[in-house]
Design a protein around this ligand. Structure first.
Ligand code: SAH
Ligand code: DHB
Ligand code: MG
Length: 223
């Protein structure tokens, strides 16, 4: 409907405020070269994530769903000095390409990619007493979003910011009878979020180059 206008305004904003440097354009190019889906966050969304990291004075960031490391690079650029990102990825090809992209961005020492099922990695992190994280970005497969969030809470402290991508799905969340497992996953997540007294949360709709979607933003309440 207004998709062209949204895309043009997104360009306007990113040309002003979310310019990609060589490391970021090379990351997008690497996805094309390796035929990996182009589902990274957009430049304006990446800049938003960087700002959220800066606002959180983030020293420890956890990302669930690395892909080629595009959002990882934006997040890492919002870390305080000596800060670290741990990012979880199931696909060895994605992880390998992401490692190259992170190295090219000069972030080798700040980012650790862990390859495997996110739910398994999260359980191990909880067992090992890892955390607490200052910011957690959930952006892997959509059906277990609720479970990712519940595990994320166990790796949090009061004030931790938890952000979840793709919780609007072009408005398909309005369809209570959707057969799409991704839509059902984020509907279940959004309903859980609304009833979760441990956090204060909202959802920001996003429009622009990517399809109409949204990010949930939750802050862990004081005890
Ligand atoms: N955050 C990235 C995009 C992530 S796309 C960015 O914006 O740049 C989602 C990623 O999650 C894909 O790379 C996919 O392989 C990974 N993924 C899917 N299921 C997973 C699982 N069960 N555990 C870990 N990673 C998973
Ligand atoms: C999909 C996943 C994403 O993380 C995203 O930002 C857009 C689309 C998907 O799996 O369809
Ligand atoms: Mg996403």
């Amino acid at each position: 409907m207004n998709q062209q206008l949204f895309a043009a305004v997104d360009d306007y904003i990113s040309d002003l405020l979310a310019l990609e440097d060589e490391a970021l354009t090379a990351t997008i190019q690497s996805l094309e070269n390796e035929q990996i889906p182009q589902i990274s966050v957009s430049p304006t969304q990446g800049k938003f994530l960087q700002i959220m990291a800066m606002l959180s004075r983030a020293r420890n960031i956890l990302e669930i769903g690395t892909l080629g490391g595009y959002s990882t690079i934006w997040l890492a650029r919002g870390l305080v000095e000596q800060g670290r990102v741990v990012t979880l990825e199931i696909d060895p090809l994605h992880a390998r390409v992401a490692q190259q992209n992170i190295d090219r961005a000069g972030l080798t020492d700040k980012v650790e990619i862990r390859v495997g099922q996110a739910m398994e990695a999260l359980a191990r992190m909880i067992e090992n007493g890892e955390g607490s994280f200052d910011l957690i970005f959930i952006d892997a497969d959509k059906p277990p979003y609720t479970e990712y969030f519940q595990q994320a809470l166990r790796l949090s402290r009061p004030g931790t910011l938890i952000i979840a991508d793709n919780v609007v799905r072009e408005g398909k969340v309005l369809d209570a009878d959707s057969p799409d497992e991704k839509v059902v996953g984020v509907q279940r997540f959004n309903t859980m979020l609304a009833g979760n007294s441990e956090v204060t949360a909202t959802i920001i709709q996003t429009v622009g180059h990517k399809e109409h979607d949204g990010m949930a933003i939750a802050v862990v309440n004081p005890v």
